[in-house]
Design a protein. Structure first.
Length: 305
């Protein structure tokens, strides 16, 4: 059964005449008659009482007319949704690494401007998210350390400076290099850079502890469990509080780009286009974390194990 058959049926029912329906739809009368007979054959029932004055829908025809009006209304509503570029709707599945400090601003602005979009977020390490986008499991993702790829579009979000972090006690680099690494799972570009730096410094098999969230890593570092490599923007407020110490490393390891990726062979939906517009709008906005004033030692303990 085709949509045009329902349109023909509706026109005949409303006009009470095959000829009038043919004129309204710009069809020849024989075509309208053939489509009505085909529809009756598929449904195995007669839909009209035929008489000298034309046609009248019978009880079965009235039943189908009810369904037809609902179906055609839903199709029209669907078309309106897709035509309404100013108010996108539907779903958007986005992936992100844990360290995108500007992400709350981007998500909040997008949700405020386009509340009809069902936006879902999945976190993970860069390599995992890249694979999810490649397999069409995610519509797009925020990742770091991503090179050029002919089948992936990437939007530069911002440049980051990565720093080594340790607890609040000052230490030299020799001491830092021999502490355990507090890192995300394999596939994290920050982890790869930290291990690469240590390798070049002669540390071949550092002890590593894997964690699932950035907050846990920061709390563990602050308690003296080990060191980590994170974006400076993510921890500048903790450095100001005196909770941690930050140490620069060579640009080879510290300079990193955060990008938003999507497959080039996927259709650029209105929901995605508006999301990319929002990224462009906020990518140059400075990140300003809310810093709670320190009034006693309990504030610092918020980042201890």
């Amino acid at each position: 059964m085709e949509i045009k058959d329902l349109l023909i049926f509706q026109s005949v029912a409303q006009n009470g005449s095959i000829s009038k329906a043919a004129d309204e739809l710009n069809y020849v009368q024989s075509h309208v008659t053939a489509r009505i007979k085909s529809l009756e054959a598929k449904l195995q029932t007669q839909l009209f009482d035929r008489h000298s004055r034309g046609t009248t829908v019978n009880s079965e025809g009235k039943k189908l007319l009810g369904y037809t009006e609902k179906i055609l209304f839903m199709i029209e509503e669907m078309n309106k949704d897709f035509r309404d570029s100013a108010h996108p709707s539907g779903t958007l599945e986005i992936g992100t690494i844990e360290t995108i400090m500007k992400l709350p601003m981007i998500l909040s602005a997008y949700h405020k401007n386009f509340p009809n979009v069902d936006l879902t977020l999945k976190t993970g390490v860069s390599q995992y998210l890249i694979n999810q986008v490649w397999k069409h499991k995610l519509d797009g993702a925020f990742v770091t350390g991503f090179g050029e790829h002919p089948e992936m579009e990437q939007i530069n979000v911002f440049q980051e400076e990565l720093v080594i972090i340790s607890d609040s006690k000052k230490a030299d680099y020799q001491e830092l290099k021999n502490r355990p690494l507090l890192v995300f799972n394999s596939g994290c570009s920050y982890r790869e850079r930290l291990e690469g730096w240590l390798h070049d410094e002669g540390i071949m098999n550092p002890k590593s502890m894997e964690f699932g969230t950035l907050d846990t890593i920061l709390g563990s570092v602050a308690s003296g469990l080990g060191i980590s490599l994170v974006s400076k923007s993510a921890v500048s407020h903790l450095e100001e509080l005196g909770t941690i110490q930050c140490y620069p490393i060579p640009k080879k390891y510290s300079d990193i780009s955060t990008v938003f990726i999507r497959r080039t062979d996927t259709y650029l939906t209105n929901t995605m286009e508006k999301f990319i517009d929002t990224i462009h709008e906020y990518k140059h906005t400075p990140y300003s974390p809310f810093v709670k004033p320190v009034v006693n030692d309990s504030d610092r303990e918020a980042y201890s194990l």
